[in-house]
Design a protein around this ligand. Sequence first.
Ligand SMILES: [Zn+2]
Length: 189
Amino acid sequence: MNEWNIQSRAHACEACQQHFADQQAYHTLLLDVPPDLRRTDICGSCWQKQSAHDAAPPAGFISHWQGVYEAPPPVVDAIQKETAETLLRKLIEQNDPCHAAAGYILAVMLERKRVLKVKEQIVRDGQRTFIYEQPRTGDIFTIADPDLHLDQLEQVQRDVAALLEHGLNPPLTAAENQLAATPAVAIEI
Ligand SMILES: [Zn+2]
């Protein structure tokens, strides 16, 4: 599977296609559909119909939780300071394996800051994988544990600090990474 990805909360029920209203409760099902983990968002009445109808959980069932839909805010300004969250989103979008460790560290930072919540921890193909939720947007982040050794941690923390300070583009060369060895942004993990 993809080692990391983001699955956004749906804006409508997957079963009945009705648009969610602001502050409407909905249910998320997390399913193991090889090769991917898949989320399904359904409204309360479809959830009730399904649970009344099916005694057993659906195939590949991993987890279920309830959320409250928040209508997306209007887009105000396109220029936005790089934050740990926007950086993590870009890293996942770029899907460059050399940033996998940095992505993991960012997710840990965001969890400590309570921006992300751990929903599940699963082991797939021998690899520990975390399912995080951004409660405000309802987005789910799938992040594989890169199994960092202590002696790698310092370098990754420097990479993260450099990324936060300079942004993802242009990508840093190894030489620039060396120059960025003294981070201006303190990383606490
Ligand atoms: Zn529905």
